[in-house]
Write a protein that binds this ligand. Sequence first.
Ligand SMILES: Cc1cc2nc3c(=O)[nH]c(=O)nc-3n(C[C@H](O)[C@H](O)[C@H](O)COP(=O)(O)OP(=O)(O)OC[C@H]3O[C@@H](n4cnc5c(N)ncnc54)[C@H](O)[C@@H]3O)c2cc1C
Length: 678
Amino acid sequence: METQEIGNQTIKVHHYNTVIIGAGAAGMNCAVHLYEFMTDKGIEDAQNRIAVVTAGLASGASRMSGSDKQTYYKMGTSCEMADSAEEFAESLAAAGCCHGDLALAEAIGSLREFYHLVQAGVPFPHDSMGSYIGYKTDNDPYERATSAGPKTSKDMSECLEEQVRRYGIQIHDHNEVAQFLTVGDKDSKRIIGIATIDKKTLTSNDYALNIYYCRNLVLAAGGPGELYQTSVYPKGQVGIHGIAFKAGLSAENLTESQFGLASIKFRWNVSGSYCQVIPRIFSTDSDGGNEREFLADFFPTMSKMATNIFLKGYQWPFDPQRIENLQSSLIDVLVFNETQKGRLVFMDFLHNPLGNDSMKEFDIEDLEPEAYEYLKKTGAVKSMPIERLFAMNPLAIEIYKENGIDLYSEPLEIAVCAQHNNGGFAVDKWWQSNIPHTFVIGEMAGTHGIKRPGGSALNAGQVGGLRAAEYIVNVYDLDTPDYSDEHARINQQLGWFATTLDKYGSSSGLVGKEVIRRIQSRMTASAAHVRELNDARKALAEAVKDYKKIQYEGFKLENAEDIITAVRAEHLALTSVAYLKAIVELLKQGSGSRGSHLVLADDGMEIHPDVTNKATGKPLKFKPENEALRNSILRIKCDPQATDLFTCENISVRDAPADKKAFEPAWHDYREGKIYGN
Ligand SMILES: Cc1cc2nc3c(=O)[nH]c(=O)nc-3n(C[C@H](O)[C@H](O)[C@H](O)COP(=O)(O)OP(=O)(O)OC[C@H]3O[C@@H](n4cnc5c(N)ncnc54)[C@H](O)[C@@H]3O)c2cc1C
């Protein structure tokens, strides 16, 4: 094992052609494609040129998250309804702020990647003729969605991991990424390696550092889940946004996160069947007493209320455009309103919804036709929600049982949680970032627009990995690079890094866990699904102050584990500044309520006199979307000299390429490798 000495630390050094950070569905798929493309090119030891580096093989959203039947949104495979890549791309980009070339690439690559997963062994259901059956999800005009069950993304990651292991690709587990190593400046800047801390062998004196040098780097470290207090991201899903910003990557659409109803004791989405079986939703005080049917005061009839609970199933993300006129996102607002009062909200599968004195009792036959017909079609016209859930999707009950919650005996506590970021780092149509040789895939890449059809995150992650791998293998050298010329610059950065870690060890610094808690509480209060300009400005100023304080004071460490917490706290602090800065800039442009967040304004529309703004105690009023902004995307970049540490610009949405060549010239371009040019 090659080693390098920095200060009093011995660092293990590794060399690869391509390093992938992250072992979720996106990262694993990219590793598989890289190996296959390299092998096709005649590289005999492709497995020695690729490495997957991850903080936790069993961690991340793909491995730990899901819902009733976690959705994979692909191009239609129905025997009766024709679909096309252009129509699919239109659905992806329908709500605006989505680059046309990325949407089209995700559409064109969709079935190739879907069948790649089928080949890898993911148990997507098909009928006796081999047809993959679809269903309808939120924002989905067709039945393009499919599922392998509550844990689709886990199945995907595990099947792909098996392939990675069969190919002999190294997976470096327990490695928290702490720093990128860069050379060059401005346009010549390159990320040539990453420094990690091995969490398993870390001690107070030995930081267990590793360096992975590479020619190409693929970032697949997922979303910044730990930014939020009220979150359905799996615990420990930190991501590496802060590190990537520091290295100079630009991000887009950070403002467009998704929020929705999820259970919080065991973090899981309560979308799909959980709502379609129409459970009772009620609240209690913080001790579990004083039960209230709080939804009933806001709906005129039991039928309307129950039908809206049903619709939440496939209109899952909170959507400010589905509040008015008693639509399904009113439920998210009311759940949030209730939790703001310090009350707890539950979903109860043992009772049908209870109304108030002016409502009829729940009767399944009174449901609006869309709900009733679906229940009939799925064989779920039963008397109680738990029976309907068992009939419709027994695995949805099983998943809670596996996690210590028996839906036959206890209600589920729920809240409106942060779930996904549609935005992320900016990529071109080959998923390459603004720094050549660095690619971003999966949830870290900002390829979605304001809204996305449910399930399209998993599709995007697979296509992104395919595109990045194809580009790397066909355009860049496949050697293992030698950076000895850059010795001085690398050592300087490693020296700074080791000094930072030493500084963390001072006895008087900040406590990492407290810093993270402060970030999470601020982000949930000011950067989640309810936003207001002055409040966001205040939160941004506090976040900048916190980040600067970390630079001056460092962290107090009591044990080795605190080093990891400190690294995370520092990068989450910078990430939170980026998200808040983007939010402030967008609000300043008068963006209004869009995607999955409400924007409050005194002159906005009132929801209901009893739905109040916690800060003012007055009725909550929100501003509609400014649709003129749908053709521009807010891009953000770290600039340590800027007052808020980041600068923003509006860029135009890129169109999909319109040129269609005849077969022969297209074949020529392909043979000559011209397809990889601009
Ligand atoms: C509850 C829930 C339900 C969802 N349902 C759906 C759905 O139905 N359909 C859909 O399309 N999408 C859904 N999503 C979103 C989707 O699951 C994720 O966007 C997707 O799985 C992300 O995959 P990924 O490979 O990009 O990242 P992840 O699967 O999150 O993997 C990230 C990897 O990076 C590693 N990592 C993270 N931080 C670090 C670090 N600091 N250092 C080193 N390694 C690090 C992790 O250990 C992990 O290996 C859901 C998300 C949630 C939370």
